[in-house]
Design a protein around this ligand. Structure first.
Ligand code: RP5
Length: 164
């Protein structure tokens, strides 16, 4: 009997409920591309035990990629990456006072040894984090590759030749 290989799953995590209006764009894109995902609030400073348990069990729970959105000092993606070797993509959330520059620098400036892939601040970053996950999954999953290629073709076709 053949062993059933589990489809790759993405975990979308965020530091606070207030990040969800941005992070739900990851869900939207993954849904379109037919990629399995789970979504959780995991805060590095408010729920450190939850963070540790999540990162420690991610591999056992068949998570292939983790997208972590955080704002302000934004240590969530780096902390998760320190606990698991599953690839982590950080989405800098736009903060009120510094407009997300704080989040961006916190996530992108990981010292050598523990990498975190970093995308743009806010909505663009959330969408690109999901698309980037799809690209990584596409290496081994031909269905996702096809879905991603279709998505790109649609995008190309939606660009008009002349402005109105
Ligand atoms: C971070 O603090 C979260 O990722 C969020 O972006 C920011 C503000 O959180 P709230 O005060 O809105 O809960 O942990």
């Amino acid at each position: 009997m053949k062993n059933k290989i589990a489809r790759p799953k993405v975990a979308i995590v965020m530091g606070s409920q207030s990040d969800y209006s941005i992070m739900k764009l990851c869900e939207k894109v993954l849904k379109i591309l037919k990629i399995k995902y789970e979504t959780k609030i995991v805060s590095a400073h408010r729920t450190p035990t939850r963070l540790y348990k999540f990162a420690k069990t991610a591999e056992k729970n068949n998570i292939s990629i983790i997208i972590a959105g955080a704002g302000g000092s934004a240590h969530l993606p780096g902390m998760i990456a320190a606990i698991t070797s599953i690839p982590v993509i950080g989405v800098p959330i736009e903060s009120q006072k510094l407009k997300g520059l704080d989040s961006l620098l916190s996530i992108v400036q990981m010292p050598k040894g523990i990498p975190v892939g970093t995308v743009a601040i806010g909505k663009d970053g959330a969408i690109n984090a999901a698309l980037f996950s799809a690209s990584i999954i596409s290496i081994k999953d031909s269905k996702v590759k096809k879905n991603l290629e279709n998505w790109r073709t649609k995008q190309t076709n939606s660009v008009k030749k002349k402005p109105k």
